[in-house]
Write a protein that binds this ligand. Sequence first.
Ligand SMILES: NC(=O)c1ccc[n+]([C@@H]2O[C@H](COP(=O)([O-])OP(=O)(O)OC[C@H]3O[C@@H](n4cnc5c(N)ncnc54)[C@H](OP(=O)(O)O)[C@@H]3O)[C@@H](O)[C@H]2O)c1
Length: 277
Amino acid sequence: MAIKTGLIGSPLKSSLSPRLFNIFSGLLGEKFNYTLKEAGPPELGKAIEEIKKSGWRGFNVTLPLKERVFPFLEKAHKAAAGIAAVNAVLIRGGRLEGFNTDARALEYSLKENKARVGGGTCVIWGAGGAARAAAWTLAAGGAGEIHIYNRSYAKARALAAYFSKLFPRVRFKAGKFFSPVPEKAAVFVNATPLGMYAPLPKALKVPDLKTGLYCDFAYAPGGTPFLTGRPGKTITGLDLLIYQALASAALWTGRRLTAREIVKLKEKAKRLLCLDI
Ligand SMILES: NC(=O)c1ccc[n+]([C@@H]2O[C@H](COP(=O)([O-])OP(=O)(O)OC[C@H]3O[C@@H](n4cnc5c(N)ncnc54)[C@H](OP(=O)(O)O)[C@@H]3O)[C@@H](O)[C@H]2O)c1
């Protein structure tokens, strides 16, 4: 029987998730019935009631509900609670458990690329949900310093202060958006929509990292300007999108996938998705 699941949030019309779960139906040997359910904050409670009545195994959550879903959860797993955002929910015996698979996606990608996070300097552009997932993952991965640059400097400062309390061993620093970023960075993450829904301003300089890894949450057919022409390794927004969906699929199917299987499945899904978009 097909696993009933889907995505709630708004707007959803450009979501790639239904195509992705269709691809997973072929790759994982489990059929997913993945439905898009448009809901804003006022409709969230009713949408969850309907989902439970319809026997969904779980669901993904996107803007603007990633924080608003917390009051409906029985339990939030450690990363989701620390990041203060949930993007995947598992329903067990009518109870909702919240996870953050964006963080798991970055963790998988860093492993795949053998990133040397431990003790290193990491840079994040952005201070929204994706940036929080990145800050959590890099700090939990043992980063020495994390620099957060954001258009709204006050948000960068607030985020640096929040994570400094959660990870007292990591040095968090806030920066103004157009100021230069350290070239010694081991990992440089773009967690803004620049290159996806908005152009990358010419004045915003992406340095050539000596030995670093670039990672873009934004994705676009044909690639994004943050990653184009960079030396060294890159993690694309599509890699992250597919990994977060795979981590959600693993939750709903109860499948334990090895690190090798996860990379293989991501690569296969990416090839198929790129043929489709
Ligand atoms: N690949 C994936 O799997 C994946 C997963 C999650 C998110 N994403 C993508 O990542 C991006 C960020 O998502 P999010 O959930 O973090 O969104 P969010 O919570 O709304 O945060 C958006 C962040 O981007 C900044 N920003 C927005 N427009 C900007 C602009 N024109 N110039 C400079 N900064 C700008 C915001 O700065 P202010 O604070 O100054 O407004 C904020 O820091 C989105 O494009 C989203 O689609 C991709």
